[in-house]
Design a protein around this ligand. Structure first.
Ligand SMILES: Cc1cc2nc3c(=O)[nH]c(=O)nc-3n(C[C@H](O)[C@H](O)[C@H](O)COP(=O)(O)OP(=O)(O)OC[C@H]3O[C@@H](n4cnc5c(N)ncnc54)[C@H](O)[C@@H]3O)c2cc1C
Length: 518
């Protein structure tokens, strides 16, 4: 089903074919031009779920199939390819690695006793409508997100001493830090939402985040906003340890407010995980797309003119050049920085591609022969002001005695880790764990460590620095000629996995609409 014409490499004989252009039907769908995708769709995959389809068989409607190349088989590229195929386009998806999924990766065979872990995208949340739509479409099974029984304990490791959060809540006078009396009952986990909640309530819904009246929150860092709201110095330090961005000083306050609004007020979708991991979703997409996905096919250069786009790939068999009518670039900007464009991207867009920050994350998993901590506490997490930063209990899916802990280091703390190889990172985590629980080293059975900074994405997920959300809002998702941009980083109001899926569907919609209005 390879619908593309390779003009170099193995399929050079097809080169003459690409010169021929074919007419694309002006009113492909018979729907009003420029209508929302819902209006373009006539057939639904799932009742009420927003599927994309055409009247009758798409292939029957299209006299000649417009050719689309999607680059990147992460959630964004998979969703774009899926919707375009369903709409009758001739789609080829190019993926540089051997597998689909990108930053969705479920480790199934590393640990014992039935444990699996999502080392990339982990939790869906409220408002994850596309995530639930596709999971339901592919008939995937869900499981409840939290499977901890009883009241889990949080351990604080502050200035080399261990404290139980429950004890500090009961005896606020024992806090080793000069938190205010309001802050003590909330620390550490609820401090951030406590400070952001009143503004999040004012914003009210994620769709309102980019309204001009909230733009001033983008001009300041999250740290500065929290300071202006009266957060004490020790509270800021604690929040820094629980943060999912690089640091309080480098993330836009509006970016954090977006996440707070979504967590507090988004509706539609529930806090459920996919049974057996999120890779079941990307695997299902890949299976549905079949041989439309080409693996080990890395985009290197893009050239477009008024009539078509020519793409150069590095493949196992050497260099290949494909031609397409439209292209979806569904790869992180960190990867796009390495692609050559002719003509060059407009300067304003190139600047966004070059400067968008990615949150740095290093994870080190330790499987232990016994959950030594469960004798004293049902430990859910450890927050440390030392280099260990955070430790989460990932044992909930394990049957039997064994336990699984993951050390999670974000932002500035990863700088020291980046000099280490996986074995050294494991040794670091074991040594730090030993300082908190001296008996832990001898229980370590299996380990796994991953530095997302060393991946093709050069980080875990994009976030916005102060000023970037308002500056980028109009441009980041905008097509340039026949090039369409997808990926979590292009969706300003929907983060992570949902942002990726939303962006892929948006890019597909742009292409469908460009054909209907041609
Ligand atoms: C540690 C971690 C934790 C996370 N936690 C959550 C969470 O709890 N909830 C949540 O919603 N999200 C979370 N995320 C974010 C979420 O996983 C991502 O936002 C999402 O998976 C990104 O999808 P994408 O399609 O935009 O990009 P990717 O998944 O990065 O896909 C891009 C694809 O492009 C390919 N590619 C790159 N360069 C080229 C090239 N030159 N040619 C061809 N192909 C190329 C890559 O190999 C990759 O397959 C987390 C991510 C990480 C890493």
């Amino acid at each position: 089903m390879l619908g593309f014409y390779v003009i170099m490499g193995k399929r050079a004989r097809d080169a003459n074919v690409i010169a021929g252009k074919r007419a694309v039907p002006a009113r492909l769908f018979g729907a009003d031009r420029g209508d929302d995708m819902q209006e373009l769709t006539r057939r639904r995959f799932l009742k009420g779920a927003g599927g994309l389809a055409l009247a009758g068989s798409a292939a029957g409607v299209l006299a000649s199939q417009p050719r689309v190349v999607v680059v990147g088989a992460g959630l964004a590229g998979l969703a774009a390819a899926h919707d375009l195929v369903e709409a009758g386009f001739d789609v080829q998806l190019a993926e540089q690695s051997r597998r689909a999924g990108g930053r969705i990766k479920t480790l199934r065979d590393v640990f014992d006793d039935g444990a699996w872990v999502d080392v990339g995208g982990q939790t869906s949340g409220p408002g994850y409508a596309n995530f639930f739509y596709f999971s339901t479409l592919f008939e995937l099974e869900f499981e409840p997100q939290s499977v901890f029984r009883g009241r889990p304990e949080v351990i604080l490791d502050l200035e080399g001493k261990r404290y139980k959060a429950s004890e500090l809540r009961e005896h606020p006078d024992r806090w080793p830090l000069a938190l205010t009396s309001d802050e003590r009952p909330l620390a550490p986990m609820r401090l951030l939402s406590h400070y952001l909640r009143p503004i999040a309530e004012q914003i009210g819904s994620v769709e309102r985040v980019l309204l001009p009246e909230f733009a001033h929150y983008d001009e300041m860092s999250l740290g500065r906003l929290l300071e202006s709201l009266g957060a004490s110095e020790p509270a800021l330090k604690l929040i820094e340890h629980t943060l999912n961005y690089n640091s309080l000083d480098t993330v836009s306050a509006l970016s954090a407010l977006r996440d707070a609004v979504r967590a507090l007020f988004a509706s539609g979708g529930q806090a459920l995980n996919l049974k057996n991991g999120n890779q079941t979703l990307t695997d299902a997409f890949a299976a549905r797309l079949g041989d439309r996905v080409r693996y080990r096919c890395a985009l290197q250069a893009v050239e477009q003119d008024r009539n078509s786009v020519t793409l150069q790939f590095e493949t196992q068999a050497g260099r290949e050049v494909w031609e397409a009518d439209s292209v979806v670039l569904a790869m992180p900007f960190t990867a796009l920085r390495k692609v050559r464009f002719a003509p060059e991207l407009p300067a304003a867009r190139q600047q966004i591609v070059d400067e968008l920050p990615y949150t740095q994350v290093v994870q080190t998993y330790l499987q232990l022969s016994r959950r030594f901590w469960s004798n004293e506490d049902n430990v859910l997490a450890v927050y440390s002001d030392g280099p260990l930063e955070r430790l989460f209990n990932a044992s909930s899916r394990m049957s039997g005695e064994r336990g699984l802990l993951v050390n999670w280091i974000n932002g500035a703390g990863t700088a020291a880790m980046q000099k280490l190889d996986a074995e050294e990172r494991v040794e670091f985590a074991v040594r730090e764990l030993e300082k908190i629980w001296p008996e832990s080293r001898k229980l370590v059975e299996k380990t796994y460590s991953n530095d997302w900074g060393k991946s093709y994405a050069e980080g875990a997920y994009a976030h916005y620095a102060p000023g970037q959300m308002t500056r980028y809002a109009a441009d980041i998702p905008k097509p340039i000629g026949r090039l369409h941009f997808a990926g979590e980083h292009t969706e300003l109001v929907a983060p992570g996995m949902e942002g990726a899926l939303t962006s892929g569907r948006r890019a597909a919609r742009e292409i469908i609409q460009s054909v209907t209005t041609a």
